[in-house]
Write a protein that binds this ligand. Sequence first.
Ligand SMILES: C[S@@+](CC[C@H](N)C(=O)[O-])C[C@H]1O[C@@H](n2cnc3c(N)ncnc32)[C@H](O)[C@@H]1O
Length: 215
Amino acid sequence: MELINKRYIPEYLRSLIVEKDDEMAEFRLQCEEKKIPIVHKEVGQLIKLLITMTNTKRILELGTAVGYSSIMMSKIIDSEDGLITTVERRQLFIDQAKSNIDKYNPPTPIEIREGDALEVLDSIEGEYDMIFLDAAKSKYMDFFPRCMKLLKPGGLIVSDNVLYKGMIATDDLVVRRQKTIVRKMRQYLKFISEHEALETSILPMGDGVSISYKK
Ligand SMILES: C[S@@+](CC[C@H](N)C(=O)[O-])C[C@H]1O[C@@H](n2cnc3c(N)ncnc32)[C@H](O)[C@@H]1O
């Protein structure tokens, strides 16, 4: 991620994070070895902190992959009423996520909704304390209206990869085939920064992460 920060900065920050859960440390390593896209270590640590600080119980995640972040969040939620709803469209990942949930047996229930988030979102009901956007970067704008409806006042939308290898911040880094993602992500960041019902902060951490508080 040296396109966002000099390499030594994230390396140093990661070296300070103490992963107290051996199982999760091993799970992370396995995902990294298999090149499965999972949340950056320091972003994961930020999410764990936000869950604890805000006493988050119910989380909606878009983008399950093999279940790493769902299981990580499930272990941090401190409530018997907790729930994680996570959406994934790729069958191979859905199968692996189910088997990982069985294997790690985390305390807070995780329900996987299968299919394209844009369609699945319409069938999700209830109120969430936190929404973690970690699926198709070009669709954050499209996911937003439904997510906003599902988020309780006082809740957080945490969006990952919002600086996308630095391309979002400068045209100098944009490669031609990523132009649409860049345009749409810039639109999304402007939108959530200006939105009257939100208070947003964007952090140059991992691949860029935004945190929006719903007033
Ligand atoms: C970065 S990975 C998620 C990583 C996961 N949150 C973690 O940290 O362990 C993004 C995932 O989103 C899924 N995805 C992308 N677009 C999607 C969409 N429109 N609907 C559902 N899933 C989608 C991809 O298949 C991929 O598994």
